[in-house]
Write a protein that binds this ligand. Sequence first.
Ligand code: PHE
Length: 356
Amino acid sequence: MDHLLPPDIVEAGRTFPSALAACSDLDTLLRLKGAYVGREGSHAARLMDLLKLAPKEQKRELGAAINALKQQWEEGLKSRQAEMEARKRSRKAQTAGWDPSLPPPVPAQGALHPLNRLMDRLVEVFRPLGFHVEEGPEIETEAHNFDGLNIPEDHPAKASSDTFYLAAHPDLLLRTHTSPVQVRTLLRVAQDLGARGGIRFLSPGRVYRKDEIDPTHSPMFHQVEGMLVGHGIGMQHLKGTLEYALRALFGPHTEIRLRPSYFPFVEPGCEVDVSCPLCGAKGCRVCKGSGWVEILGAGLIHPKVLEYAGIDPAEWSGWAFGMGVERMAMMLSQTPDLRLFFENDQRFLKAMGGLD
Ligand code: PHE
């Protein structure tokens, strides 16, 4: 059969499969296509011319040979082209919307909430003095929240207008202060208080009161309770400890002053002011010109509180304090509105990085 065909076309037919395999992109493939089956000047076109000129008796045999060759080339080219286009499509799909030269996204870093950081700081100030952390539940009994703290039945704090009671369990409530942790801890350690030589702890946590929300009130806020029980403890120990702690927090030049006040669970009771850390007690907006800012309530543990826990007030005495965390955080950071601490605005929280 080959003897009827020009030798260069026979050679081209022999090398077609390898030429096809060597095509690595669509352009080369299209060029190959032009050379083999293109309309003009291609091997196929020349074969058709040859067929036209062939003697009649050869036409049938030659025609079949030419068709077989053309079909082989066309099919080969077609399937190779489809293969290339499919590969190109899948590459495009894989890389769509992805620019490998862009830097990878940096995941946002989490951080402790400014109120948690401030409470941690308080704990760290007291830790070297031998204080550990005690925790209590936010859902409390009336006994721990009121009775054990010598808060009388008719005290206004017990009213349902001030305290969240659980609808399904009217004897349970959301604790109104961290002081119930005093009661729980004293009850727990009463038996081996002697062996321990007393107790001292801090208790940070959430508390709840039925307060209308405004720039300085929230129905949920944080307190840090502090308590120490030992032998012969008096106001001088309370004052000395608070002076140490508040200077560690607000700076070495901070002065403190104790003003008499009343809480049923301490006697005597007091409120403690610090010299305004913002203006150096000269008088500013934060201290309302007075040079002093109220920071906590405190006092010597009432004998009734010790007795309730089974501790003999003739042998033991101690002090306790409770401070508002938001109040202190607002002052340190000069934040005018307490609600900012609960809105999770990233810009505020980032700016609060300066809190400690
Ligand atoms: N529990 C008091 C309050 O919430 C604060 C306090 C604690 C006062 C301990 C004295 C002693 O206001």
